[in-house]
Design a protein around this ligand. Structure first.
Ligand code: G3I
Length: 344
């Protein structure tokens, strides 16, 4: 027993030195903290914490995390009244032990809904199921999760209207308002977000999201912000698009965050440039909450064969993308100077 703990401690110590020394610079977390910026990693499957290198690098480089699939309805609550809290509890405990914020991703999405919910056709019973589910999660993690993706991917992927998902089919387009009102009633203080993709790339979808969100705000629906996924491929968003979105949503009294940044390209130089462009414009526009959809290519989610979309490689070595993010975070936006990250 003693030997095992000694080995783990040794491993963690070696891992700590190795991971930290390799970047040859301050951590993203250190730089971000100086500017009150949340720099986080989403797509954290708690099983990944079994690897000390993963755990150490996550806690060293980031001050926020969110689960990958562990809060999605069918994985957390597969049958009525039965919840598997073990995975989310482990994430929350890890975050608390490392003084990290946790974002709840997410309460509703178009995928991953259990049969017991899909079988409900009565709107009153459906709303009751949503209320029970939201309350179970938000009451358990009250004060431990400070931000929530209440509705993820309400719009069709390429735009053209609302996803006709399980919630839409029973409650109609009003399900989004219902979801936010239930979430606000469950937690009066947490920040509530609508999470969407591709709006930085598709002008029509960008307008659809703005029309949807501004309509919700006009009706007094308790919404605090818009979480932009930002899954990029070979082009950065056109200059000014992120700034325009931030300004238009700020004008509605809403915050804009980046929730799932990654760059799916086979060209590492282009990848570095896209990370740099997104981070620079986002920070210049005043975004203070930025998360990646994972941080090491060892645990990536991509649809592009051969893509390595994240800022550390599968051996936890920092890539050009890491240094682009570090440089953008280090930039003193009051003056032109920036502490360029040294490469190792
Ligand atoms: O758990 C089942 C397993 O029992 C089954 O054997 C296996 C084979 O079908 O599937 C497993 O479920 C998979 C699940 O991940 C858990 O690993 C689903 O098939 C798979 O589709 C699901 O992929 C997730 C995807 O969302 C869909 O939910 C990805 O890991 C996750 O990274 C991805 O994340 C989304 C964000 O939530 C929202 N924004 C986009 C982002 C990337 O697409």
């Amino acid at each position: 027993m003693y030997a095992a703990t000694l080995i783990t401690t040794l491993l963690t110590t070696i891992t700590k030195v190795d991971a930290f020394a390799c970047t040859g610079t301050t951590t993203l977390r250190d730089v971000a903290a100086k500017k009150n910026i949340l720099i986080g990693s989403g797509a954290i499957n708690p099983a990944y914490l079994d690897d000390p290198k993963f755990a150490v690098l996550l806690a060293e480089q980031f001050n926020s995390l969110s689960p990958e699939n562990e809060m999605k309805w069918e994985f957390l609550n597969p049958t009525k009244g039965n919840y598997d809290w073990t995975k989310l509890d482990r994430l929350v405990e890890f975050a608390a032990a490392n003084n990290m914020a946790v974002k709840g991703h997410g309460l509703i999405s178009s995928c991953c809904n259990p049969p017991y919910l899909l079988n409900i056709t009565d709107p009153t019973a459906f709303r009751a199921a949503m209320t029970a589910h939201f309350e179970a999660i938000m009451h358990r993690y009250h004060g431990k999760m400070d931000r929530w993706d209440v509705v993820t991917e309400a719009l069709m992927t390429m735009g053209g209207g609302l996803n006709q998902n399980a919630f839409y089919n029973v409650l109609g387009p009003g399900y989004i308002e219902v979801a936010f009102r239930i979430a606000r009633a469950a937690d009066a203080n947490a920040k509530l977000f609508i999470n969407e993709n591709l709006v930085e790339t598709l002008p029509g979808k960008r307008q659809e999201l703005y029309d949807l969100v501004s309509g919700l705000v006009a009706k007094g629906v308790p919404l605090d912000g818009v979480a932009l996924q930002m899954h990029e491929t070979i082009y950065a968003p056109a200059p000014g698009v992120i700034t325009d979105m931030v300004n238009s949503y700020n004008a509605l009294g809403l915050e804009v965050t980046i929730a799932e940044l990654d760059v799916h390209t086979l060209d590492p130089v282009n990848q570095t440039n896209i990370y740099s462009a997104v981070m620079d414009e986002a920070l210049a526009a005043g975004i203070t909450d930025i998360s990646f959809w994972g941080f090491t290519d060892k645990h990536k989610y991509t649809w592009l064969p051969g893509a390595e979309p994240l800022i550390f490689d599968e051996n936890y070595r920092p890539k050009g993308a890491f240094y682009a993010v570090h440089t953008a975070l280090s930039q003193d936006r009051n003056t032109t100077s920036s502490a360029a990250a040294t490469q190792c």
